[in-house]
Design a protein around this ligand. Structure first.
Ligand code: ADP
Ligand code: MG
Length: 489
């Protein structure tokens, strides 16, 4: 690269700065470098993936126009991510190496303007980038967590336990940019393997198929370590612009969000998005009231939208999920077949969650592939034995009772253990003590101790109270039946 090239670059930068203004220039272009100029192609690089996608989607054309104003032979701009570490190492090792080979080899290669390599790298031509790239690739290039292409609405089976969550998810995915948001945030909670991630990724896929909308899916972990730091390294303007660019923010496994400053960052992001009318979708393994590490204001903000629980998968739903899975597996393994009675047997006996169902089928598939033997009932019984839950009644723990009762009555576990005497806490507390007495072998003093150090007479009083009420109040009796069932299966 000659000094003339660097001179051109300096003038192009001058033009850019004049066009976009000082603030935007320092946010986005200050760290852009010229790596080379060959024939009609200018090679530029930036230090982060995030910067690269941002520039590609918002400023690609301007950069090209500015170059052409300096040098009309330039027809294309290629933008890459450079790694400072690798660059430094390589420079030390081979000082004479031409600049173009000093790229981070983990990054994708340069892509020419206006062409599409189909996956993982967006061409630098602003407006129609969505049209020429799979949504998932755009999503990842922007820093979203990886998506599993199988987790779509098409493969999501709707049943009694997830009807509401599914309907809300559909609604969010189908909304248009700028339309008023119906419920914000949408908060879905459920135990492990009940379809939270599936639903969230389905929203992301479906939402991103609209080229005018951007849905970003992040695990809480990714949010902690990636997204926030990417934003932090930018200026405040860049931060706000980034937020403006996201229409729907989807956060999975919120219970893993940890650390004071990350939580502050999260609250800030959430508030900013909601206030700007952007949709936020959250999944966690517990309701907002049980996210003990978040502060009260945050919890109530989370609870202020639509909170939906997904229950355990019923047998029918399990059977449908299995059928869907077999169908999907057959696309790659045409010889794979699971007789209906075997499917019925698995649906009936593997009751735990969607992951176990998937695990059971994977075993059958592996066995079938490796031995060539067809899937039979006998094989199924042998292969999935350890996924089957023992039939004897489950031992119920006091923590589970407290958790499930708290969830049912929308109070926190801490409330149940506290000395508060308001009606909305007293009744759930009595119900929980009653369940502890009837479902566990714990003594009254022990139960008292586990409920915030109460006296055994208090427990006894609660148990009698509920026993009496259940006799006359059928809706309470029903509630307690439901709680018992939740605790026992
Ligand atoms: P979670 O995130 O709640 O732990 P996942 O979404 O990862 O659960 O689901 C676990 C497995 O069960 C996945 O393979 C998923 O596709 C499957 N699954 C769960 N619920 C459904 C459903 N309603 N329809 C189809 N598959 C489901
Ligand atoms: Mg999950």
């Amino acid at each position: 690269m000659t000094t003339t090239h660097q001179d051109h670059w300096a003038r192009v930068r001058g033009r850019l700065r004049a066009e976009v203004g000082e603030d935007i220039f320092t946010s986005w272009f200050a760290r852009m470098e010229l790596d080379g100029l060959e024939d009609d192609t200018v090679r530029l690089s930036v230090p982060t993936r995030f910067l690269k996608s941002w520039i590609q989607s918002h400023y690609a054309d301007r950069v090209l126009v500015c170059w052409q104003a300096e040098q009309d032979t330039v027809a294309r701009i290629e933008l890459a991510v450079r790694s400072s570490v690798i660059r430094t190492l390589q420079q030390k090792a081979k000082p004479a190496e031409p600049v173009t080979s000093q790229r981070d080899t983990r990054e994708l290669p340069h892509t020419p303007v206006g062409s599409s390599n189909g996956y993982g790298h967006s061409p630098i031509n602003g407006a129609d980038r969505h049209a020429s790239l799979p949504a998932a690739a755009v999503h990842e290039a922007l820093g979203g967590s990886p998506l599993d292409a199988r987790l779509t609405f098409d493969s999501f089976v709707v049943g009694r336990s997830n009807t509401l969550a599914h309907a809300a998810a559909k609604q969010v995915a189908a909304a248009r940019r700028g339309e008023p948001v119906m419920f914000n945030p949408l908060y879905v909670h459920a135990g492990v393997g009940l379809g939270k991630t599936h639903l969230l990724q389905a929203i992301t896929f479906a939402g991103n198929s609209d080229a005018n909308r951007r849905v970003m899916y992040l695990t809480a972990e990714r949010f902690m370590y990636g997204f926030v730091s990417a934003l932090r390294s930018q200026t405040a303007i860049a931060f706000k612009e980034t937020l403006r660019g996201i229409d729907v923010l989807v956060i999975d496994d919120l219970q893993f969000l940890q650390g004071k400053s990350t939580q502050a960052e999260f609250c800030h992001t959430l508030n900013a998005l909601i206030d700007a009318g952007r949709q936020v979708v959250i999944a966690a393994d517990r309701p907002p009231s049980d996210l003990e590490s978040l502060d009260d204001r945050m919890r109530s903000r989370l609870a202020g939208g639509l909170v939906v629980e997904m229950g355990s998968l019923g047998e029918e739903l399990r059977l449908e999920i299995l059928k869907g899975r077999v169908g999907a597996a057959r696309a790659h393994h045409p010889g794979f077949d699971v007789p209906a009675p075997v499917l019925g047997y698995i649906a009936k006996s593997v009751t735990h969650n969607g992951r176990d169902l998937e695990g059971a089928l994977n075993r059958l598939l592996a066995h079938n592939k490796l031995t060539g033997h067809p899937v039979t009932m006998e094989m199924a019984e042998r292969e999935v034995r350890d996924l089957i839950r023992p039939q004897e009644p489950k031992r119920v723990k006091i923590e589970d009772i407290q958790r499930i009762v708290a969830r049912q009555y929308n109070v926190s576990r801490a409330d149940l253990l506290s000395s508060r005497r308001t009606a909305n806490v007293v009744r759930p507390r009595q119900v929980a003590m009653y369940l502890a007495k009837t479902l566990t072998l714990r003594s009254l003093p022990e139960i008292g101790r586990r409920f915030g150090g109460r006296d055994h007479t208090t427990v006894l009083h609660a148990v009698r109270k509920i026993e009496n009420l259940v006799g006359n109040d059928t809706s309470l009796a029903e509630e307690i039946e439901i709680l018992k069932r939740q605790l026992q299966d």
